[in-house]
Design a protein around this ligand. Sequence first.
Ligand SMILES: [Zn+2]
Ligand SMILES: [Zn+2]
Length: 341
Amino acid sequence: MNSPLSTALISRSQNPSLSKLETSPSPYLDNRVTKSHRGNQRTRSQTARARLQTKRHLAALAGGIHEPELADKLQRCHSRLSVLTCGRHIAQIVPNFTCEFRLCPDCSRRRSRKLQNKYLPAMRAFLRHHHVKPVHLVLTQTHQPETRKQSAKRIKDAFTKLQRRAFWKEFFKGGTWSLEFTKDKNGLHHTHLHIVGFRRKFFDIGLLRSEWLAVTGDSHVLNLKPILDIAAGLREVVKYVSKPLDIRRFGADDLREFLKLKNMRMFGTFGEFRDFCTGFVPSDNDGDEVSELESLSRDLTEGCACPKCNEPLFDLRLSSDELLRFYEGIESSPPGKVGTS
Ligand SMILES: [Zn+2]
Ligand SMILES: [Zn+2]
């Protein structure tokens, strides 16, 4: 495979096939689970600026709670970049250093892409081999005064119980789960479980609610919707692993709570899909949809043709602030003109 450090930003967010159809409205929608569906309309420079601000905010918080090592790592992460560009497009970005901190927006993006690269081919193959339909299921819990860790453990334990029940075994063949951390307006932590489930057949949503109530003791609130595009479905759930919370509103206590989670798993597979992944080797068929993702870490070097316009690529050494200005230059220059100055 390619260097794990390489990341690149080839017009992914502008690819219509990736932005369409996260999920479709459906009669299963349970409106009691509210989620903000913010459109992904921001420009490259805006998202880069948001990442930089998030990182500086986290570094400052880490310094404030006497975690100087973490603060230092966050400051160094992606601070110097080797950028392969034709002047108009960016083909690859290789950072000098990656902190690997879970909340780091740069490192979590990379992690999210890795998860997608790893599981999307397996999901495609699983769907081809089995007569199942993918669904996105969100399981929720009641708000209780407890730590982040206790809340996460509570919902994971309930899910383990759910999987042991006859109902679950009858209707779900497996899938993936991931944790989403949220906080209510009273400051109470709670956790959602996002599941890409491979459903064997239709069932009454009311039955699933009563099953969830049976294992949680107090929550029947869930959301179930069919996944029409498995790539979009997986990306949707991986998003929560890579972006656990609105970090701009993160305070010192939030960071402290988060650090207590240490090595807690936030993503996993279950059921027959788990076994399937163990022995899975992607074939050419499974790679189709992933090529878009893999292109993001493809090994390119100076002199290679830009994948967008065929102009030769050259290497720029930029700081994170300079990269931001570089994006702004590209975005403000008219099409066809080179955006460097
Ligand atoms: Zn990082
Ligand atoms: Zn180009």
